[in-house]
Design a protein around this ligand. Sequence first.
Ligand code: SF4
Length: 323
Amino acid sequence: MNGEPLLEIKDLHVGYKTHMGISHVLNGVHLTVHKGERVGVIGESGSGKTTTMKSILRILPSNAIIKKGEIVYNGKDVLKMSNEELLTIRRKKISMIFQDPTSALNPLFKIGQIMLDIIKYSYNLEEKDAKEMALKALKEAALPDPERVFDSYPFQLSGGMRQRVCIALALIGERELIIADEPTTNLDVTIKAQVLNLLTDLVKKKNVGWIFVSQALGAVRENVDRVYVMYAGNIIEWGPSEKVFSNPLHPYTQKLLECVPKLTGKEFAKGIRGRIPNYFHPPSGCRFHPRCDYIMDNCKKNIPEPVEVEHEHFVSCYLYHRR
Ligand code: SF4
């Protein structure tokens, strides 16, 4: 990708303080998003995807410790921003769509009130103009009868409609980056595709950057320009989506893709032996080594440096250092 990055995460290390000690989750994460670029992040549950996303907006739980790293947004490190600067970014520039639309909307307030509060707070508008903006956003999110939705409590809407409201809220105004963390996981299978198509269309139409975090590998493959593969707090492979999915390089990515069920009916999807490591005592060197079929001496000692195997397609694995 050419041009200045909109967001650049560099060598991010994040842990959580618990009564059992420190859980060392992120172990040097890096990720770049350019203006209007659609980027996917894939990996098993517990690999640190949500911790990475919450770090961007500094909305991690209070026991989180950011040990090291930078999150550069439009040239400024989010981790060093004042509260005022951070609020401006959260209100106007970057928004996040969570997995569960039910908990994202306060059940005590009507949708209209929730939207008006956010719009008035963020854009300092009069009630009439704020309502106009809210109704326009609901219409863009393909909600039938926006006036009725505006006047409804969250419990009066279906899960799909609630997630559309969250999408409308996330795209209000002049946003530059949308982070969608498993946005369709909690929805009925029948409306997952509709909601995802809506989100993709709006992101393209408004030319905003998009980070799409998901375990639905097919959906990621179809909807993003580049993809990052995350394992146990590290980015282990990244590149243009088509290259990563058609030519997976890292042994973990290969196994992950083998987990996708085939429609041929001839074989079952394969699993990956072992499990995500214990973050209190993570494995040394390459964190995948206890599960890897190709382990070598070096793998336990040091974290492999990334290698560009084909144009813009990188992998962190010693198998490619020998070439
Ligand atoms: Fe396997 Fe070593 Fe590559 Fe890690 S660095 S994936 S242990 S071969």
